[in-house]
Ligand binder design. Structure first.
Ligand code: ZN
Length: 246
């Protein structure tokens, strides 16, 4: 009976029979895994508590005929309770795991795993606002999947733009990959404030000092851009995004 061990973050779970659950996890080395956790829905199951969404665990599985079976789970990061205790963190984390789930449909990667675990840890510690953590996560996750947005030079023709010197492009076209120059911008393209473009860059690079200092209005304009960009690349709606208060 082939047994393997891995570190995993729980993306979602659903009921199976009377007492079991199917757990969908993004693992460090085995990509996305769906496996059965037996008996976890009995009250007081510690095993089950370690396999709730947003939890990070060291798991042992054995390969089943259709689904693998989880035989052991040791907690590595019990972010779940802290995240679910705060509504803003909870909705942000829900969007993160749903995004990770979709981005790793065909294959997971160590980078996506580490990015998600880092973002959940940050959320559980409330290091930055939940919106900022979420938007930074989304930009990086989508970039890692091969769709890095351009917030400085024209995403279509490459015409150079200046982020801070007043010579920046301002038209945002998600379908073209980000900011585009005036010559490439289709008529009626939405325009972004210079501050919003600077914030988007800060979120992509993880410049928290700058991001945290940005005003509410700028954060909300940036959040709209990140949501549109992510939705466009995922091709389908992110259900959980509707619950994030904007
Ligand atoms: Zn251009």
């Amino acid at each position: 009976m082939p047994v393997y061990r891995d570190e995993a973050v729980v993306l979602r779970t659903h009921k199976l029979g009377e007492a079991d659950r199917i757990v969908t996890m993004l693992t460090r080395a085995h990509g996305k895994v769906r496996a059965v956790a037996k008996g976890v829905r009995r009250t007081g199951s510690k095993f089950g508590a370690r396999l709730e969404p947003f939890m990070v665990a060291d798991v042992q599985l054995y390969e089943g005929r259709s689904l693998d079976i989880i035989t052991q789970a040791e907690s590595l990061g019990s972010y779940g309770a802290l995240i679910t205790a705060d509504y803003g963190s909870y909705t942000a984390a829900s969007v993160m795991v749903e995004t990770a789930d979709k981005l790793t449909e065909s294959e997971g990667s160590l980078q996506q795993y580490l990015l998600l675990v880092g973002a959940l840890r940050s959320l559980s510690r409330q290091e930055h606002g939940s919106h900022l953590t979420l938007n930074s996560y989304l930009l990086r996750a989508v970039s890692m999947a091969g769709w890095a947005p351009s917030f400085q030079d024209c995403a279509r023709c490459g015409a150079l733009g200046e982020l801070s010197a007043g010579g920046q492009h301002s038209a945002m076209v998600v379908q073209l990959g980000g900011i585009v120059c005036d010559a490439c911008a289709p008529p009626g393209s939405p325009r972004l404030d210079a501050a919003t473009i600077v914030l988007l860059s800060a979120l992509l690079t993880g410049d928290w000092e700058h991001a945290s200092a940005s005003p509410e209005r700028t954060q909300s304009q940036a959040a709209g851009v990140v949501a549109a960009y992510t939705q466009w690349h995922l091709g389908r709606g992110l259900r959980s995004l509707e619950y994030v208060a904007r």
